[in-house]
Design a protein around this ligand. Structure first.
Ligand SMILES: [Zn+2]
Length: 252
């Protein structure tokens, strides 16, 4: 089945400049490479969708190694819904409502028990699939997704635990997204988040499956960029599995 591209896509993508400021650290980021808009994470399974003919450019920071596209910087949530998180999104992320959320729920329940956490916010939780699983397992959970909803956000500073699964790689504004997610924590609270760091990308290589515009993967972190990002906000990150991290207050 073919991925249909909305005719307004090419005009919606922002301009490309050869060098921009890194979104994470004070260094500069030069153009790194280009991917067809229809490149998806499904290439990891050997599945390639027909190309759209619409290029998406990525930069790479020479300091922290963060790889990102600046062409979505002016997009509104509605534009993301039109072009990326639309009815065809399940084709490029078929497991969105499947086993990944179940696995995430085991980790979050264990973390909540360990830390006596009574409530959790699933930040960026889409339509609330993970939140429903967690609530069914007895952990009081709310969900709020700045990409998908125009609903009022929850009150800041009231949650023991914030989960932020598959969010950071989708955010065109990593600092703001991270600061926002962390703002919902009570003092002493922790955030558990997932993202896959790509640390050894060859120069100009766009072959990695995780660099996937059609999945909305426009911010590809390295371990270094995660440490800088959270460090500047006053948090430390600890890796708990290949693609899952815990952030704790640096002062805690
Ligand atoms: Zn950087």
């Amino acid at each position: 089945m073919e991925l249909v591209v909305d005719p307004s896509l090419a005009a919606a993508l922002g301009p490309v400049t050869r060098e921009v400021s890194c979104k994470i650290c004070p260094q500069r980021a030069a153009l790194h490479g280009v991917a067809d808009f229809n490149k998806s994470c499904q290439i990891e399974q050997g599945r390639h969708f027909p190309l759209s003919g619409i290029p998406v450019w990525y930069h790479r920071c020479r300091g922290c190694g963060f790889v990102f596209s600046a062409q979505f910087d002016a997009w509104t949530p509605a534009m993301f819904r039109t072009h990326i998180y639309n009815a065809q999104y399940l084709m490029v992320d078929p497991d969105m409502k499947g086993t990944r959320a179940e696995i995430a729920s085991h980790r979050l329940i264990a973390c909540a028990r360990e830390r006596n956490a009574a409530n959790l916010l699933d930040f960026g939780g889409g339509e609330g699939h993970l939140a429903r699983i967690l609530s069914a397992k007895g952990l009081v959970t709310r969900t709020w997704d700045p990409f998908l909803t125009d609903d009022e956000p929850p009150e800041a500073g009231i949650f023991d635990l914030v989960s932020c699964y598959e969010v950071l790689e989708h955010s065109p504004t990593p600092r703001e997204t991270c600061a926002r997610a962390l703002s919902f924590l009570k003092p002493g609270g922790v955030m558990v988040f997932s993202t896959l760091s790509v640390d050894d990308l060859p120069r100009h290589s766009m072959d990695h499956w995780y660099i996937a515009p059609r999945n909305g993967h426009i911010s590809i972190h390295t371990k270094r960029s995660l440490a800088v990002l959270f460090g500047e906000l006053g948090w430390r990150v600890r890796q708990v599995s290949p693609a899952v991290y815990m952030a704790v207050a640096a002062s805690g």
